[in-house]
Design a protein around this ligand. Structure first.
Ligand SMILES: Nc1ncnc2c1ncn2[C@@H]1O[C@H](COP(=O)(O)OP(=O)(O)OP(=O)(O)O)[C@@H](O)[C@H]1O
Ligand SMILES: [Mg+2]
Length: 338
């Protein structure tokens, strides 16, 4: 132990711990100490007294060294933890950058396709108008022309929805009634795809209007409800939709699945909860990635669009899920300025 202490002392530059009581400056103190101690006692006592004194000072040095060693160990652990944190932060930033780049790429692609689609659709509907004019209103073909016209209008709506993926989509912002939007879409879905799925809604009355893009918000509501319904097995299940206004603190908002965390305050919320299959941790991490899907034939773009829409509305999005128990998506929107 003493040997180790000496080595540490030398390492720390404490030269006075050298062998035989020699100081770093090279002087021999044993004689002087022997003289002083020997003045009141027997000749033979002096070396014993000197050893005790040396032991005490060596013990103190040992304690001091142990303390310094413990401090260094603690510092080392702190540095290691800080390094690990920095590495994790670096990885997270890289992941976010890749995600942003993927989204930008997807946005450019979707924007280009939507633009070309719109041009083609204008040509189709323009020609349908001409045909209708040529055959006249009495023609039995009019009905079919009208159907084709409606279908091309739907396709134009879809092309507009594709513009919801990029960050810089066409934003047509107006005051919207979130309850009405939820009600209309839930009814629509109830009547079509959701066989065996019970949809209930708890909508807070007199909700403040929301400043948003109607086409994008409709898409958000449909995507969340569709995912909830698709999470049910053969036996069906329950989808609960809720809206309201509530206060959110910094701790909660920090959990938002968007890079930009919103400030604490009051927000409009939309909650879609299901008791379907739920998700494991790995799936939860990846759900907003473009083209990530666990379904056949899933495109993996529904939640990418939802995230883009919430981002553009300056909101927040939370996901809470347990495998086998169900999932709740909560979306927050800022309240309109008074
Ligand atoms: N409510 C939910 N319950 C369980 N898993 C879900 C839920 N919502 C989303 N997921 C998971 O997230 C994945 C991505 O969802 P997303 O809506 O982006 O794509 P998708 O539904 O697979 O395809 P689509 O593009 O047609 O919507 C899903 O494949 C599924 O694994
Ligand atoms: Mg989906």
């Amino acid at each position: 132990m003493l040997f180790q202490s000496r080595r540490i002392a030398m390492f720390l530059g404490l030269g006075h711990m050298s062998e035989g009581g020699r100081t770093a400056s090279g002087g021999d103190q044993s004689g002087a100490r022997g003289e002083a101690l020997g003045s009141g006692g027997e000749e033979g006592d002096a070396p014993v007294a000197a050893t005790t004194e040396e032991d005490r000072s060596s013990d103190e040095q040992q304690l001091e060294l142990d303390r310094q060693l413990a401090e260094m160990k603690e510092l080392h652990l702190e540095i290691e933890a800080a390094l690990r944190r920095t590495e994790q932060e670096h990885e997270e930033l890289e992941r976010q950058l890749m995600q942003t780049q993927k989204l930008e790429g997807l946005g450019v692609l979707a924007g280009g396709i939507a633009h070309d689609f719109n041009n083609l659709l204008m040509a189709i509907s323009g020609n349908l108008e001409l045909i209708k004019h040529v055959v006249g209103p009495e023609s039995p073909a009019t009905r079919y022309i009208d159907n084709a016209f409606i279908a091309s209008k739907r396709a134009a709506d879809l092309a507009r929805q594709m513009l919801a993926y990029p960050r810089k989509g066409v934003n047509e912002v107006k005051p919207l009634d979130l309850n009405r939007m939820v009600g209309e879409n839930a009814d629509l879905l109830k009547a079509s795809v959701l066989k065996g799925v019970k949809v209930t809604a708890q909508l807070q009355p007199d909700l403040p209007l929301l400043e948003g893009d109607p086409a994008h918000l409709q898409q958000l509501v449909i995507n969340l409800i569709t995912n909830a319904a698709e999470a049910m097995g053969e036996g069906g299940g329950n989808v609960k939709i809720a809206t309201g206004v509530a206060e959110y603190g910094a701790e909660q908002l920090e959990k938002s699945r968007l890079e930009q965390k919103q400030l604490p305050g009051r927000y409009l919320y939309l909650e879609v909860a299901d008791n379907g299959c739920g998700m494991d941790g790995d799936t939860i991490k990846r759900i907003f990635d473009p083209f990530f899907s666990t379904k056949l034939p899933g495109r993996g773009l529904g939640l990418t669009a939802v995230q883009g829409i919430v981002r553009r509305h300056g909101g927040a999005i939370f996901v809470d899920s347990e495998p086998g128990a169900g999932t709740t998506f909560s979306v927050l929107f800022p309240l309109p300025l008074p």
